[in-house]
Design a protein around this ligand. Structure first.
Ligand SMILES: Nc1ncnc2c1ncn2[C@@H]1O[C@H](COP(=O)(O)OP(=O)(O)OP(=O)(O)O)[C@@H](O)[C@H]1O
Length: 261
């Protein structure tokens, strides 16, 4: 099986603090992963490392076939990774239209500085349609609701046919219906022939879809455990992860959590 990510004994130190410690993790092409952990667990640090914004202090990292340090081509690597995050939202030009924002994904740029080809324009329209954004394609990004913005960002990330699609808390600020619509969009992307491998970061287990086959539990910068999602999201594991008794309820492939009293 082709490996998309391989981290071997990765540690990361910033400003004298260890943010990540001895991380071993492999993501294979056919898998989709959830990264789950409490506030401050190190999820953002790990994503920044995967996208080559941070360089590991120790260990060996291979992402999409590039060995960090040996063939270190951060820009080229990032073009193959689709990233949807609230930080990216803030960086975009708010007066650009949804269509321009999606098109800019073809160049992995913030803003549109190169002339898109007809093929790119057609592809952007197809993606806007697939993610149900076509009706507001000509509206300025700043006028869109949070749910509409997130869908535009996913369409943007797909413009470059990424091999890895990282979704960092993509449902922040979304109401229940917008959240479910976004999740349905991910299920439909996953059915495509050239579907990317998903890495989905969340604080909410309710968002874990059946397509997310694997889960990594992160705690204090270390891998607490990793493996099949239904084995990780269990009462035993999560009670240990959170140091309190947790009630886990699975129903029709979706899960919810409650604290036991
Ligand atoms: N540049 C830095 N220097 C020192 N400490 C840092 C730095 N960046 C992050 N940290 C610390 O590292 C820990 C992990 O941070 P990180 O942002 O990766 O957590 P997270 O899992 O993404 O949290 P959240 O769910 O709240 O977003 C936190 O305690 C944070 O304060």
């Amino acid at each position: 099986m082709e490996k998309i990510v391989e981290l071997e004994q990765i540690s990361l130190k910033r400003n004298g603090h260890w943010l990540l410690k001895d991380i071993n993790w492999s993501i294979h092409k056919e898998e989709n992963w959830v990264l789950y952990g409490l506030n401050g667990a190190g999820k953002t640090a790990l994503l920044n490392m995967l996208c080559a914004y941070y360089f590991p202090t120790e260990g060996r990292a291979t992402v999409l076939g590039k060995v960090f340090g040996r063939d270190y081509l951060a820009e080229k690597l990032r073009q193959k990774i689709g990233l949807v995050s609230s930080k990216l939202q803030q960086k975009l030009y708010q007066s650009d239209t949804a269509f321009q924002i999606v098109l800019s994904g073809a160049f992995a740029s913030i803003g549109l500085f190169e002339k898109p080809t007809d093929e790119m324009r057609e592809k952007a329209i197809r993606l806007l349609e697939e993610l149900h954004c076509l009706s507001y394609a000509d509206r300025a990004y700043e006028t869109l609701s949070q749910g509409e913005r997130q869908r535009v960002l996913i369409a943007r990330a797909l413009m470059a046919d990424p091999e890895l699609l990282i979704l960092d808390e993509p449902t922040t600020g979304l109401d229940f219906l917008a959240r479910e619509q976004l999740l349905e969009g991910l299920e439909s992307i996953n059915k495509r022939e050239n579907a990317p491998t998903f890495l989905y970061v969340t604080h909410h287990v309710e968002e874990i879809l059946p397509i997310f086959t694997h889960t990594l539990l992160l705690k204090n910068g270390e891998v607490f455990d990793s493996g099949l999602t239904n084995e990780m999201i269990s009462e035993e594991k999560l009670s240990k992860l959170f140091d309190c008794d947790i009630l886990v309820t699975w129903e029709k492939g979706r899960v919810s959590l409650r604290r036991k009293f």
